[in-house]
Ligand binder design. Structure first.
Ligand code: F6P
Ligand code: MN
Length: 321
């Protein structure tokens, strides 16, 4: 097996694309932070108090912050600052953080996605979006299509990274020596699939087309081969979809506060959509491609449906009926 690591992959991207100088340091800084987060997660309760415990605060979106959320945010912020990143848009920060005023690169990040699963020993992760500051409008990141790169780290049985500069998705796993080594995995999401991921306990609140679609997958003709999977950790559900297809849905619903769904545009939906499209899948609000949506606020929520292209197309058609 060729031992092609993250550093060489980034170097080869520079040969094929015109990328800003600071992007390499930004990605390598994020990788270093991810290695530290993975260690913290693996040693939870051994050499630290319980990192799934509450840190005492709420983030801007009203989620209670766990110890590991706050520690991950600090690690990412320090790494980005050392890499000369201009601005850091974080799930865990009320406002954008100005790190290097004359820097060229901006980063949006969910430092620890799936944090309700820290204690359950399920896969958690870090999602990031990287863009050129000159594409920012109103001090917010540009629409997703303008991202320079996006990716996610997962801390599961393997610590892994999915990374895209827009034309393909490269997968890496962390070796014992602490290097991200590229996997021989051509990350292509199968166009069709029978697995779906949704929090079915919200069924009564969903829009009618989503209720119809899930009912059709649960009891209709495809029922015998359909399966529902929901981990409550976006990165974990997404990683499964990158491996073997399927769809993920977090639509808007009629509960107060869920008028635009649950997930946040700039540091969850947008980087996820960038990866999904680069892997041949689709990501939509139900009516618009996620990558075409320009943010209007830092913690803006967005309905999110992504995964196998044909299945997402079918859902879009149901919504349009
Ligand atoms: O970060 C938000 C998140 O925790 C995702 O990781 C996950 O997919 C979703 O929220 C779970 O939401 P709910 O608890 O409403 O099912
Ligand atoms: Mn999250």
């Amino acid at each position: 097996m060729t031992m092609f690591d993250l550093k060489s992959y980034i170097a080869s991207a520079y040969e094929h694309k015109s990328l800003p100088g600071g992007l390499s340091d930004t990605l390598l800084g994020l990788a270093d932070a991810a290695i530290e987060i993975a260690k913290l997660a693996a040693n939870n309760g051994l050499d630290t108090p319980n990192l799934g415990g509450l840190a005492g605060g709420l983030n801007e979106d009203g989620d209670s912050q766990k110890q590991l959320d706050v520690m991950s945010d600090d690690l990412v912020c320090e790494a980005l600052s050392a890499a000369g990143v201009a601005r850091y848009f974080s799930e865990e920060q009320a406002e954008v953080k100005i790190l290097t005023p004359d820097g060229q690169i901006g980063v949006a990040c969910d430092p620890l996605d799936g944090s309700s699963n820290i204690d359950t020993n399920l896969t958690i992760g870090t999602i990031f979006s990287i863009f050129d500051m000159k594409d920012c409008v109103n001090d917010l990141p540009p629409m997703g299509r303008k991202q320079l790169a996006a990716g996610l780290f997962v801390y599961g049985p393997q610590t892994a990274l999915l990374l895209s500069f827009g034309d393909e998705v490269a997968a890496f796993a962390l070796s014992e020596e602490g290097r991200f080594i590229r996997l021989e995995w051509d990350v292509q999401i199968p166009a069709s699939s029978t697995e779906f991921a949704i929090n079915a306990s919200n069924a009564a609140f969903w829009p009618a087309p989503i209720q119809t679609y899930i009912a059709e997958r649960s009891t209709g003709g495809a029922a015998k081969t359909s399966a529902m999977r929901w981990l409550g950790s976006l990165v974990a559900d997404a990683f499964r979809i990158f491996r073997r297809g399927g769809v993920f849905l977090y639509p808007q619903d009629s509960r107060t506060g869920y008028e635009q769904g649950r997930l946040r545009l700039i540091y969850e939906a947008s980087p996820m959509a960038f990866l999904i499209e680069a892997a041949g899948g689709r990501a939509t609000t139900g009516t618009h491609d996620i990558l075409d949506i320009a943010p209007t606020s830092l913690h803006q929520r967005i309905p999110l449906i992504f995964g196998s292209a044909d299945e997402v197309k079918h859902i879009i058609a149901r919504i349009a009926q």
